[in-house]
Design a protein around this ligand. Structure first.
Ligand code: NAP
Ligand code: F7E
Length: 333
């Protein structure tokens, strides 16, 4: 019998890569999707006939219980979240409801429907925020700097609490930033690589950015979903940091992306107050040696290769848009 997995957030960047990965491992894959007025299945379009989509919402406990019953999942990957840090200041209550309380709704549904389910929580390096230690590891204290980071700290601790209170196989993966050509256009890597393509192909002249000095540990989403699966194959649930161990500034990202397209970044990048944050996370760099020892996980794709891959993909996307006359001048902010 094939194993059954339920992914919340299957329409997102990670959900789409994880669904592909689990299908390649022979799983029956179920995905929770929320009702929207227009279909947003572009990231899973190519596998839609191989996954089963179940309607539900992290805000609706009943729908979560139904999804568990309908899928009879043995593994649940909770990737659903309001995941954009900047938006968490303008929608702090909503962010808390989905990204924090949503985890409790799902864990409690698991406890009632089938406590043998193995559960993965998508925790985040944003929990380290104003970092207490460099590099950050599983034991580094949290100091979140945004309503999103605060919500993720709640999600992390409720996962640990349900593990300890009810003996659930509940694991928290503390993942550092991971990117891909499927990254949302509002995140800085994709905003830059998409802008590079538009500038190179003559559609725009400038891209407007916020803080160029903050540093992140950027990895490839395709590598990181493999780590999620490995965590749930362990006999005991635990917490793991997943990162590359390299840190780069936003300015370095910009330099690599523009130079890959043969452009001078200084001629095309402008700073704009609108993209500055009320509180910034200045420096993230992870130590994923525990994941290396226990899971045998190592990242395959590193920073420069990742950014170049994203620029190449965006050149193709924008070229196709031009050829098909679909030029969207109001692209990401
Ligand atoms: P993403 O692309 O923003 O995807 C988020 C997913 O959550 C989407 O499928 C979205 O559905 C779904 N969702 C949002 N609100 C929901 C609700 N109320 N009910 C049901 N589904 C809902 O995020 P991602 O980059 O793939 O990240 C996946 C998870 O990892 C998130 O929890 C994120 O916070 C966490 N994380 C990400 C990173 C990273 O660098 N990517 C690092 C650490 C942790 P729609 O398509 O309908 O919007
Ligand atoms: O910002 C700076 C910004 O929005 C990265 C999410 O997946 O990773 C992500 O959160 C940095 C910040 O990602 C712009 O100030 C400068 O310092 O790409 P980002 P994030 O906030 O690190 C973590 C691990 C998650 O868990 C989250 O879900 O780039 N920055 N100028 C900018 N950022 C954006 N978005 N736009 C700019 O114009």
């Amino acid at each position: 019998m094939a194993k059954r997995a339920l992914i919340t957030g299957i329409t997102g960047q990670d959900g789409s890569y994880l669904a592909e990965f689990l299908l390649s491992q022979g799983y029956d894959v179920y995905g929770l999707v929320r009702r929207t007025s227009t279909i947003n299945f572009s990231r899973i379009h190519h596998i839609q006939d191989r996954v089963t989509l179940i309607s539900g919402d992290m805000l609706d406990q009943t729908s979560l219980m139904s999804a568990l019953e309908q899928s009879e999942a043995e593994e649940v990957y909770n990737l659903a979240a309001q995941s954009f840090v900047q938006t968490s200041w303008s929608q702090p209550v909503f962010t808390g409801d989905v990204t924090a309380l949503g985890v409790t709704r799902l864990l409690d549904a698991i406890r009632k429907v089938n406590p043998r389910i193995r559960f993965y929580q998508a925790s985040s390096s944003e929990m380290f925020g104003k970092v207490r230690e460099v590099p950050q590891r599983e034991t580094t204290p949290f100091y979140p700097r945004s309503p999103y980071g605060v919500a993720k700290v709640y999600g992390h601790w409720i996962t640990v609490n349900y593990r300890e209170s009810y003996g659930l196989h509940a694991t928290s993966g503390i993942l550092f930033n991971h990117e891909s050509p499927r990254r949302g256009l509002e995140f800085v890597t994709r905003k830059v690589t998409h802008a590079v393509a538009r500038i190179k192909l003559g559609l725009d002249e400038y891209v407007y950015l916020g803080n160029l000095d903050s540093r992140r540990d950027w990895g490839f989403a395709g590598d990181y979903v493999r780590a999620m699966w490995l965590m749930l194959q362990q006999d005991e649930p635990d917490d793991y940091v997943i990162s590359t161990g390299e840190t780069h500034s936003v300015q370095e990202l910009v330099e690599v992306a523009f130079s890959h397209a043969g452009l001078d970044w200084q001629a095309h990048v402008r700073q704009d107050e609108r993209f500055m944050r009320p509180a910034e996370v200045d420096l993230l760099v992870g130590d994923s040696s525990k994941a290396g020892h226990v899971l045998g996980w190592e990242p395959q794709v590193h920073f420069r290769e990742l950014i170049q891959m994203m620029v190449d993909a965006d050149m193709q996307v924008v070229q196709e848009m031009i050829e098909q006359g679909r030029i969207d001048v109001n692209h990401a902010g």
